[in-house]
Design a protein around this ligand. Structure first.
Ligand code: HEC
Ligand code: HEC
Length: 444
């Protein structure tokens, strides 16, 4: 075989799964270990990014201008408060208080005015006039925090056809200690826990066409599963592009999502979001002392965090329950949690998502839309890395966008809407089959 022919054969062989330098074993460091093939300059950039991801930011003015500008209204002072070990936290702290990582997103219905249409086009929703886009649970000196979140659960019993019972906890959310007056009656509230930051570099490399190929808005193949893309506003390109990140796929790029975390969670300015997150009615916030530099986090720092998060290993499982694996496809889980995608370079990522939005039923609805995602729509959560949650999150792992599910079984039982058929098929499996499926999931 001549060299030319050999090259063609090599290109045509099946996609290879991510190589060892890019994968790791389940452990506490599973989401925070850098890939091994970085050059010296790249390593410096990744370490710089890691330090900005971990440092606590401080209020302005301060002696340490390199990391001031926090607030005036904010939720936490570092990325790692909400993403410890690059993963997430439990809903409650060990003192039984709602964890600061439980973020409350806010919006109001559009009145179709020009201003509201602009918000919808560029932000995907209309923020509350007084409280803005997200409830801030902290304020700097002299700036009252906005309010706090209270969570209560009511039990809901689910009985399987074979008599097995599971009690789900149904959340209800209340905003208390509101320091800027009552919220409007038609306020829309979405409570979200932080997601684990897994394989973000590989997700960015996914071809839009590969994602769009699975969209089936009209359910033309008749499997009950639609799947729609979210087209969202890219601030730098100033146009609509395919959204890949966050629970409603409302962030177009990792960089914009990082800038949005600085803006909403810490009120640190970037070139993406150059203003503090005060609304025009919040005088103390508007009058608070500003940092010396207008932009708290310059592009180089956003880029460094982006580089860091994109060059982390992904934990993989070596021991997948083969019976569970078959069931996962057979009962329809794989229709949305697509096991693998090929990247442009022909590498395969075992991600278990289609990065599309699905109607997940009324019980999971948060009553709030973002761009093309309606209240009942959620992006299929990638399942890779589940094997490491017990090492990174803690002994009690919680699932779904608001952490309401206390086990993988509970997470499945909450599936409704387009996923109701798969959920019901799961409930009709034998106990042994259900255990195999759950064991398989726990090792992904
Ligand atoms: C107050 C808690 C909190 C802080 C602080 C925080 N995050 Fe997050 N993060 C969240 C929540 C909640 C989401 C889900 C957002 C959504 O769906 O709208 C999220 C989502 C993300 C995502 C999207 C992941 C995905 O798979 O779609 C990235 C990336 C991210 N955060 C990075 C960061 C970075 C970088 C920082 C620091 C600059 C940070 N976060 C600070 C709570 C937080
Ligand atoms: C119609 C698409 C669809 C189907 C079918 C589906 N899922 Fe999901 N799955 C989702 C979406 C969307 C979410 C996120 C829901 C949320 O957070 O509210 C999710 C979340 C999950 C989670 C929680 C992950 C986490 O980290 O929070 C697990 C576990 C899961 N699915 C497993 C399964 C299993 C097992 C099946 C088959 C019985 C299944 N799914 C079928 C779309 C689907």
């Amino acid at each position: 075989m001549n060299l030319f022919k050999a090259m063609i054969v090599a290109a045509a062989t099946a996609a290879t799964v991510l190589a060892n330098v890019q994968t790791t074993h389940p452990s506490k460091k599973a989401f925070s270990t850098l890939v091994e093939n970085l050059g010296d300059e790249e390593l410096d950039q990744a370490i710089l990014g890691k330090s900005f991801f971990r440092i606590p930011w401080v209020e302005a003015p301060s002696a340490t201008t390199a990391r001031d500008g926090l607030g005036p209204l904010f939720n936490a002072n570092t990325c790692t408060s909400c993403h410890p070990n690059n993963a997430y936290t439990n809903v409650f702290t060990s003192n039984n208080e709602v964890h600061r990582a439980m973020v409350v997103r806010l919006s109001i219905p559009s009145d179709n005015s020009v201003q509201h249409q602009t918000y919808e086009r560029t932000m995907g929703f209309v923020p509350d006039v007084v409280y803005g886009t997200q409830l801030s649970i902290n304020g700097t000196q002299n700036v009252p925090y906005e309010g706090k979140l209270n969570i209560t659960y009511t039990p809901k019993e689910i009985v399987y056809p074979d008599g097995h019972k599971v009690v789900l906890r149904v959340p209800s959310y209340e905003l208390i200690d509101l320091n800027y007056g009552d919220l409007p009656k038609d306020i829309r509230i979405s409570v979200r826990k932080a997601p684990a930051l897994v394989g973000l570099g590989w997700i960015e490399q996914l071809d839009d066409a590969a994602i769009l190929a699975n969209a089936d808005a009209k359910d033309q193949n008749g499997d009950g599963i639609r799947g729609i893309p979210n087209f969202v506003y890219d601030i730098k390109k100033q146009k609509m592009v395919l959204g890949k990140y966050t629970y409603k796929a409302s962030a177009p790029t990792l960089k914009q999502q990082i800038a949005s975390a600085f803006h909403n969670d810490m009120s640190l300015t970037t070139t993406y979001f150059p203003h503090d997150n005060c609304t025009s009615t919040q005088q103390e916030c508007l009058n608070a002392k500003k940092a010396r530099d207008a932009i708290d986090v310059p592009d180089q720092r956003v880029d460094a965090i982006d580089f860091y998060l994109k060059n982390l290993k992904v934990p993989v499982s070596e021991n997948k329950n083969p019976k569970g694996k078959v069931l996962f496809s057979q009962i329809g889980c794989a229709s949305c949690h697509i096991p693998s995608f090929a990247l442009k370079n022909n590498q395969k990522i075992e991600v278990f998502s289609d990065f599309l939005l699905h109607d997940m039923g009324e019980e999971l609805s948060d009553g709030r839309s973002e761009f093309d995602a309606t209240a009942r729509h959620w992006r299929t959560t990638p399942l890779w890395g589940i094997n490491s949650y017990k090492h990174t999150v803690g002994t009690q792992v919680e699932y779904l966008h608001d952490g309401r599910a206390r086990s993988l079984e509970e997470a499945i039982l909450w599936h409704g809407g387009e996923a109701l058929k798969a959920r019901n098929t799961f409930m009709n499996l034998s106990k042994e089959e259900r255990n195999n499926l759950i064991e398989y999931l726990g090792e992904l």
